[in-house]
Design a protein around this ligand. Structure first.
Ligand code: HMG
Length: 383
């Protein structure tokens, strides 16, 4: 069997952010609660002229060359912030990036988990189509509402990954531990733009699901905790990933070692939760910022999507991976962001598109190259 995995990865987040201490002061909360208790420093904010489509196109653009365009015949778009109940968001991206006309396009949903399901589906697909590449995009806007407990754990961003049978960044391994269960810890009915969440319960379900997934992964693979050099967890806020690693270390009777997760958390501390994209922003952070040479090292991953599905899986980093990272692109994306005041953030947050389908032009606040320019006759317009 050929090796299959991640060949390239780029993430994108919009050009606006707020500082968590500013939000804390505006909400009458001790800033340490957000920066230490939740482990978040900055939160990306979605402007009125961006959405999951523009973020996705921005993330994928640097990966699209004439060669990849020719080889991508499957585009998997993972999101829980869908902009249409019928049409896959990936079709707008397919158009914006001028992808191959015979490329299959589909959207996948299961809270923050669906990008991982897409990764495993692409794994099987590439075994049968080893000369092709798959474009996997995860793009989300995390919204809980102003003045809610979840507000400091919002954020937004997209990740684009090229998957192939000769991966340069991560070779996926056989054996996963998967758990699905019907729980109401977090959900978003189709008539709402903000999630409904039982916050404390959701953190408990996350940790219990981790433990069950690990157990089933351990049994299936025969691998032990010590066989993994680093761990990447889904990051709704960075303190949650630390708690996950504390839980797993304890279960394995191994002393907690922050170094095993620290570099996964750095970008997310500056972005917030990007739902489906969070785990893979964490992977980019680890590969780009960890001083340890990760060549031939195994990474353990825990993907969690409320509702819930969890999966523990693993991958090995190929030699030479550092030549294929996007460090300078990502630094530019993070450093270019303008800091909004809290009233400015609230204005962006409450901006809505009309539901009667009449013509509307969005304010031109983002630099592009892709913008949601407006709506006309119920059709989203991109430029
Ligand atoms: P809360 O109830 O306001 O916060 O909301 P808290 O009272 O639990 O405090 C948070 C932490 O800050 C606590 O630490 C406090 O002790 C600490 P802990 O005890 O948990 O270790 N703290 C302080 N630390 C330093 N100085 C201080 C201070 N004050 C308090 N002065 C909650 C927290 C996470 C519940 C809320 O933000 C929320 O509901 N968030 C959204 C839900 C969420 O993120 N859940 C995570 C698991 S589910 C998941 O990951 C899936 C998800 O991504 C969705 C999907 O799958 O699509 C969410």
């Amino acid at each position: 069997m050929s090796t299959v995995g991640i060949d390239a990865i780029r993430f994108y987040t919009p050009a606006f952010a707020i500082r968590l201490p500013d939000l804390a002061r505006a909400r009458g909360v001790d800033p340490d609660k957000y920066t230490i208790g939740l482990g978040q420093e900055v939160m990306s904010i979605m402007p009125p002229d961006e959405d999951i489509v523009t973020m996705a196109a921005h993330a994928a653009l640097p990966l699209i060359t004439d060669e990849t365009k020719e080889k991508i015949h499957l585009l998997l778009f993972a999101t829980e912030s869908g902009v249409d109940n019928s049409k896959a968001a990936g079709l707008w991206v397919h158009n914006l990036l001028h992808l191959h006309p015979s490329c299959r396009v589909v959207e996948l949903k299961q809270a923050c988990y669906s990008a991982t399901c897409a990764l495993q589906l692409a794994h099987s697909y590439l075994h049968h189509h080893p000369n092709e590449k798959v474009l996997l995009i995860a793009s989300d806007n995390a919204r809980y509402g102003l003045h809610t407990a979840g507000e400091p754990t919002q954020g937004c961003g997209a990740v684009a990954m090229i998957l192939s049978a000769s991966p340069k960044l991560l070779a996926l391994e056989e054996h996963q531990g998967v758990v699905a269960d019907h729980v109401m810890d977090f959900w978003r009915p189709t008539y709402r733009t903000e999630a409904v969440v039982d916050g404390k319960y959701s953190t408990k379900v996350y940790l219990n699901t981790l433990q069950s997934c690990w157990k089933s992964y351990e049994q299936a693979s025969g691998r032990r905790f010590e066989d993994h050099a680093r761990f990447c967890y889904h990051i709704p806020f960075t303190r949650m990933a630390e708690k996950a690693h504390e839980r797993l270390s304890k279960a394995a009777s191994i002393p907690f070692n922050q170094e095993q997760i620290e570099h996964e958390l750095i970008y997310s501390r500056q972005i917030g939760n990007a739902y489906t994209a969070s785990l893979y922003i964490g992977l980019a952070s680890l590969l780009e910022l960890d001083a340890l040479d990760l060549s031939d090292k195994r990474i353990g991953f825990f993907s969690y999507g409320s509702g819930c599905v969890g999966e523990f899986f693993s991958g090995v980093v190929p030699e030479g991976y550092r030549e294929h990272l996007g460090l300078s692109f990502h630094k530019k994306i993070l450093d270019r962001r303008a800091t909004l005041t809290i009233p400015e953030y609230e204005e962006f947050f409450t901006y809505t598109l009309k539901e009667d389908g009449s013509a509307q032009t969005t304010p031109n606040v983002s630099a592009g190259p892709f913008r949601l320019t407006g709506v006309s006759n119920h059709e989203r317009l991109y430029g």
